[in-house]
Design a protein around this ligand. Structure first.
Ligand SMILES: Nc1ncnc2c1ncn2[C@@H]1O[C@H](COP(=O)(O)OP(=O)(O)OP(=O)(O)O)[C@@H](O)[C@H]1O
Ligand SMILES: [Mg+2]
Length: 226
């Protein structure tokens, strides 16, 4: 066994602007993500970073190519199996946190666990622990609108950890934050990586974050360069 948690081979993806006009975004990307490490993907706006992240997590299909997560070919799974596999193995953090506005921080973290069949009591207990882990013990009963941008993003990280995933996908996690809050998020990622051995795959424009990467890849003209 190698120590790759994700193995992507020759991923191609095009979008059609019109019937005739094809935009080739990913032109044969092969990439291995090493377990327990932080991998960063950089590249210009429109280079295809989010598209690649969606394909690697099985949220979107490539035109061709193969993605294996923990050795399992995800595009050979049924939709149901894939979404439950994704729920168990992958946590997502986005640029905009997508927290549910009518629920407080604790509920936002507990809800994905309850969707996965955890009891209310257990889900609340773990949600409390996770919020404490991201430094928000005293903000548990605040709704998203009662939290700062950086705090909202930390709730989103606690939520991403809820189902104990082996890998966190983050798409511009600090894109919406000032540099001070961005740094809090970076430090949190590094801590989670060191202390829990979590694997991270992070898309970023943020030069501050780049120094934290064990591996940094750039997408340019549809291919990956180091
Ligand atoms: N569903 C779609 N239909 C048509 N074109 C799309 C679609 N999704 C993405 N694209 C195009 O594919 C290209 C890559 O998009 P993508 O979102 O992956 O870029 P990105 O590298 O994440 O950019 P950013 O840094 O701005 O987030 C863009 O030119 C975009 O317009
Ligand atoms: Mg993007």
């Amino acid at each position: 066994m190698n120590n790759y948690i994700i193995e992507a081979k020759d991923i191609r993806k095009s979008f059609y602007k019109t019937k005739e006009k094809k935009l080739e975004i990913l032109k044969g990307i092969s990439l291995n993500i090493v377990e327990h490490k932080i991998t960063l993907i950089v590249g210009a706006s429109g280079a295809g970073k989010s598209t690649l992240l969606h394909i690697l997590s099985g949220l979107d299909l490539p035109d061709s190519g193969e993605v294996k997560i923990k050795g399992i070919d995800i595009f050979k799974m049924s939709d149901d199996k894939l979404s439950s596999f994704r729920n168990k193995n992958i946590g997502f953090v986005f640029q905009f946190h997508h927290l549910l506005p009518e629920f407080d921080a604790l509920e936002n973290v507990a809800i994905p666990m309850m969707i996965n069949g955890t009891t209310l009591k257990q889900a609340n207990k773990r949600a409390e622990e996770l919020l404490e882990l991201v430094g928000l013990k005293d903000r548990m009963h605040h709704k998203p609108s009662e939290l700062s941008g950086g705090e909202q993003q930390r709730v989103a990280i606690a939520r991403a950890l809820a189902n104990n995933p082996s890998i966190i996908f983050a798409d511009e996690p600090t894109g919406n934050l000032d540099s001070q809050n961005g740094e809090i998020i970076h430090n949190l990622f590094v801590e989670l990586n060191k202390n829990l051995g979590l694997t991270f795959l992070i898309v970023t424009h943020n030069p501050q974050l780049i120094e934290f990467g064990d591996y940094v890849y750039e997408i340019k003209d549809g291919v990956i360069t180091v």
